[in-house]
Design a protein around this ligand. Structure first.
Ligand SMILES: [Mg+2]
Length: 472
């Protein structure tokens, strides 16, 4: 942090953490309302939707109406149709035969917490239709759900309810003002870069930071630069101009953002010129893996912090399943050892059997003879029996370890989430989402004010990376 000159912030889910349950309910109700207006049956309003069914990082297969969780290599590790989990054979035949193209039109990646309500609605409707045995155009349904929620955002249905009582939907953290002030006192300059429009930004930031203290007149004074309606990720590679409203109420357009104004639109090139600071001395904090963190990392040398609200539950689940996780590690080690022993004994047995065969071929008629070859053969036969018995024992040990691992895996996964397990893990691998977080975010944490736990020049050091080198 010592090197950082500028700290940029996204707003929604970064400076403004939402109360997910309340926001989900609001979004679901608004979506269903719009769907019914589009001609969907009225009884959609009576379905019990499950806001806690989806997690971030899932992939919607719009063609087949399935919801998928992938590992870092884009292998599908879990799949649901409605609330029914697909069996491994179906899952394999649908998704493992060829590489899954996450970016293609067939799939929709849920990479923000905003997207969870869409999955809740989509899944509940599919589940009900499946129960009723009715046919459904899965692609059309998803398009309608998406358009309905967008419409509810555009026409103010969601915003009006939200801003009528923001405290019910947004967590106001009194430490936010302290953090911004502390960063400024530590010599950093701050900018706000949000996709929300100027009016929404105004209302939200006022709610979050006003009434102000520490000599700040309005929330604007905490920031050296304010950019709204930024259209990230497009912001990072397009050339839209910046606009702002001047004292006469006229709209002014400029290639660079203007200090002291609420800028609208703009692009990375203009911002970069304005900041005039090497990329690695700029830190950007956001919650959207693609729009904030990934694009920033690909187009700039900015350092990034990702806000992952789920971290809190993740750490809690880790704490609860600590003893199971330890047992899993020990049992996995035991499995390695007994599997290695099994291979060793099997190879010995093969060797002994080959020797017996060779002897048999060399002395085919020695059945009644007590010569040296018979003794040797007897010894080998004894060894063979002993090794076969040992194989039985070791094989049972491998099976026991494997079934215990399976038990522990499902126990641990259900502690994290009954349907999907941890958002960050998929079996023994990182999930696709976990991999993206690790790959593109320099740091990640559950809320921005956690930065207050460290000084403005703190050096954040990551654990040493190790590759799983294999040797004999
Ligand atoms: Mg955001």
């Amino acid at each position: 942090m010592d090197q950082i000159q500028w700290v940029g912030f996204d707003m929604d889910y970064t400076l403004a953490p939402y109360k997910q349950e309340a926001l989900d309910k609001l979004s679901i109700d608004a979506t269903v309302e719009k769907l019914v207006k589009r001609g969907y049956p009225e009884w959609l309003k009576d379905i019990e939707y499950k806001p806690d069914f989806p997690i971030r990082g899932l992939l919607v297969d719009k063609k087949l109406g399935n919801v998928l969780k992938m590992d870092r290599y884009q292998y599908v590790k879990r799949a649901y149709h409605g609330y029914h989990e697909l069996d491994p054979e179906t899952r394999h035949s649908l998704y493992h035969a060829r590489r899954l193209r996450v970016g293609s039109h067939r799939y929709h990646w849920i990479d923000t917490l905003y997207g969870l309500s869409e999955v809740s609605v989509y899944t509940a409707i599919i589940d009900l239709m499946h129960e009723k045995g009715e046919k459904l155009d899965f692609l059309q349904l998803f398009t309608d759900v998406r358009e309905s929620i967008d419409e509810a955002h555009r026409d103010g249905t969601i915003h009006d309810t939200l801003f009528a009582d923001p405290a019910s939907f947004v967590m106001k953290d009194p430490r936010l003002a302290t953090l911004l002030h502390k960063l400024r006192s530590g010599g950093k300059q701050l900018f706000l870069l949000t996709n929300s429009g100027p009016e929404t930004t105004e209302r939200m930031m006022r709610f979050l930071l006003e009434p102000t203290g520490n000599g700040y007149h309005t929330w604007h004074n905490y920031f050296d630069l304010i950019i709204t309606a930024a259209k990230k990720p497009v912001f990072f590679n397009k050339t839209h101009p910046f606009t702002h409203t001047d004292e006469q109420g006229e709209t002014q357009t400029s290639p660079l953002p203007t200090r002291g104004k609420v800028n609208v639109g703009g692009n990375l090139g203009g911002l970069r010129k304005y900041l005039d600071t090497p990329g690695d001395q700029i830190l950007y904090i956001g919650d959207h893996i693609y729009g904030d963190v990934l694009r920033a990392k690909k187009e700039t040398a900015w350092r990034t912090i990702m806000i992952v609200q789920e971290m809190k539950e993740e750490l809690h689940a880790q704490h609860v399943s600590a003893s199971a996780l330890t047992e899993l590690e020990t049992t996995s080690e035991i499995r390695e050892q007994v599997t290695a022993r099994l291979l060793e004994v099997q190879s010995k047995l093969k060797h002994v059997r080959r020797k017996i065969d060779t002897l048999r071929k060399a002395h085919p008629n020695h059945s009644g003879d007590n010569g040296p070859s018979t003794n040797e053969r007897q010894q080998l036969e004894d060894q063979r029996i002993q090794l076969e018995q040992e194989i039985e024992i070791v094989r049972t040990q491998v099976e026991l370890a494997e079934s215990r691992i399976e038990e522990l895996d499902s126990l641990i996964e259900s502690t994290f989430h009954p349907h999907w397990g941890s958002p960050f893990q998929a079996g023994t691998e990182l999930s696709y989402f976990g991999h993206q977080v690790e790959h593109f975010a320099c740091l990640y944490t559950d809320r921005v004010t956690n930065l207050l736990n460290y000084g403005p020049t703190h050096y954040y050091r990551s654990p040493r990376d190790r590759m799983p080198h294999f040797s004999q």
